[in-house]
Write a protein that binds this ligand. Structure first.
Ligand SMILES: Cc1cc2nc3c(=O)[nH]c(=O)nc-3n(C[C@H](O)[C@H](O)[C@H](O)COP(=O)(O)OP(=O)(O)OC[C@H]3O[C@@H](n4cnc5c(N)ncnc54)[C@H](O)[C@@H]3O)c2cc1C
Length: 467
């Protein structure tokens, strides 16, 4: 069957979109520049440790993700996080438990009495407009400065490598901002959803797989119905009558294809280069999307040398703590068989907007710096027996500035280019969950358009929030 859809980029965004298309019987081909599919996601086994280059876990509340995992027959390989594990945050140079329920929150030493009273007043704060509001402005307005400085800053810095003063609230916190729009209050909205509507959306299933997240991307790549061509780099794109012409380079020559539907699942700066000769304005809009450098430092340490109880998922760090790490996952506590017996695997996240030059340092310098932070916090003595560093110089897209306005402009440029779609982690969320979900939405729109030769409705979906 002739290829109907070409997807450029075989990371989770491209693979998931290809998988959903193949489920619908669409003939789909993926071009991936690297020698292996998966993009940033890669699991490695070395010296008895199982480490992750990028995504370490999937936090899920979407049925589409469950469907994909089940159809791939990965259910039996799922490793679930124990919900009873503690979550920690650095507070006054100590690891302090993050309260998960209201009574514990009220008793927590993390916030002053004023902050707690401010939190209780949240339902009475008038609804705002959101337009262009940053995360800091939104959280300060709804929950107060202290919650922003401790919890939200740690979340945005630690999990998104971003800065709450610059990140757009509606793009980064779509579910929270939607609660305010719908119910006028976050706490009221959560209460209604959870207690009255008995929705499960607030209880996420957090998991990985026995061979790590790499198992997921490999299973997608091995799925029937998808043709994956690795080692082929798209170099040029042009419109030829009703089709898209794509040129590619391989180690021993060149390739070329014409397809009615083309999806670019490459980072924004690559898509910008590929599109600048077709639409210079679109190229410029994409080039304006900033990326943060992000690094992962894995430390394998004898468990006896860590005095702090490894009874949690790890911890996050807000920027005012001035530490070299943004967050730390206790992988060997989270999931079984991540470290040899008697050893612990600590995965530390570094870089991000708060430490832009950090990745330039040597492995030894990074290890010394990170251990300098970890030793007093976790009471670690002795040295690690395993160190592994992974640097992503353009690691995560930053949803900074007037991001939705930028997406609106991108969307209107795409309207004039039927059959061309963009789907990667700079649109509607960086998480693996959202990449799978967006892949499904896009595949649906493309399948409809192929059936009726109508335009795909996806460009409009760029503007639809994905909460
Ligand atoms: C350190 C780190 C930790 C993370 N942790 C988590 C986590 O715990 N949970 C979670 O849900 N998410 C996490 N994420 C986010 C998630 O891993 C990423 O957002 C996601 O993997 C990105 O997928 P993607 O397909 O959009 O992009 P990529 O993975 O970047 O894929 C793009 C692909 O395009 C290919 N390509 C580029 N140019 C061309 C070309 N010209 N021709 C052909 N192919 C090309 C690249 O080789 C690459 O394979 C993390 C990210 C990082 C960096």
């Amino acid at each position: 069957m002739k290829t109907q859809v070409l997807i450029v980029g075989g990371g989770i965004s491209g693979l998931a979109t290809a998988w959903w298309l193949a489920q619908k019987g669409v003939a789909v081909e993926v071009w991936e520049a690297a020698s292996r599919p998966g993009g940033k996601i890669r699991s490695r086994r070395e010296a008895g440790y199982l480490t992750e280059d990028a995504a370490a876990l999937l936090v899920n509340f979407r049925p589409q993700v469950d469907q994909l995992v089940s159809t791939l027959e990965l259910d039996q390989d799922k490793q679930r996080r124990d919900d009873k594990l503690n979550r920690y945050i650095v507070h006054n140079n100590h690891l302090t438990q993050v309260p998960m329920l209201m009574p514990a929150l009220m008793a927590s030493p993390l916030w002053s009495l004023t902050a707690k009273l401010r939190l209780l007043a949240e339902p009475f704060i008038p609804k705002g407009s959101h337009t262009g509001e940053t995360v800091s402005e939104f959280i300060r307005r709804r929950l107060g400065q202290e919650i922003l400085d401790t919890a939200m800053d740690a979340f945005v810095s630690g999990t998104l490598a971003s800065d709450p003063d610059l990140a757009e609230a509606q793009s980064v916190l779509p579910r929270l901002t939607a609660l305010e729009q719908r119910y006028g209050s976050l706490t009221v909205g959560m209460f209604i959803n959870k207690v009255i509507k008995r929705r499960q959306v607030n209880t996420a299933d957090t998991f990985s797989f026995s061979d790590g997240m790499g198992q997921l991307v490999q299973a997608l790549a091995d799925s029937p119905g998808i043709t994956i061509r690795t080692g082929i780099k798209a170099t040029a794109i042009s419109r030829q009558d009703d089709a898209w012409q794509v040129e590619g380079a391989t180690s021993n020559g060149s390739a070329s294809i014409q397809v009615p539907q083309l999806v670019l699942s490459t980072p924004a700066y690559i898509s910008s280069r590929l599109l600048e000769s077709t639409d210079a304005k679109l190229g410029k809009l994409l080039a304006g999307i900033e990326y943060a450098p992000v690094g992962v430092l894995h430390l394998g340490i004898n468990s006896r040398n860590i005095q702090h109880k490894l009874d949690g998922t790890g911890f996050l760090v807000a920027k005012h703590n001035r530490l070299a790490i943004n967050g730390n996952l206790w992988m060997s506590t989270l999931f079984p068989h991540r470290a040899p017996s008697g050893k612990a695997l600590l995965t530390c996240y570094i870089g991000g907007v708060h430490h832009p030059g950090q990745l330039q340092q040597t492995d030894q310098e990074l290890t010394d710096q990170v251990l300098g932070d970890l030793r007093p916090l976790m009471k670690i003595h002795g040295d690690p027996d395993h160190v592994k560093v992974k640097r992503h110089y353009q690691g995560l897209p930053l949803y900074h500035g007037q991001y939705r306005a930028r997406l609106a402009q991108i969307s209107s440029r795409l309207e004039a280019m039927p059959g061309l779609q963009l789907n990667a982690n700079y649109i509607h969320g960086v998480s693996v969950r959202e990449r799978i979900y967006q892949g499904q939405r896009m595949a649906q729109a493309i399948a409809v358009s192929l059936r009726g030769s109508a335009r795909s409705g996806y460009p409009q979906q760029l503007l639809t929030p994905s909460h």
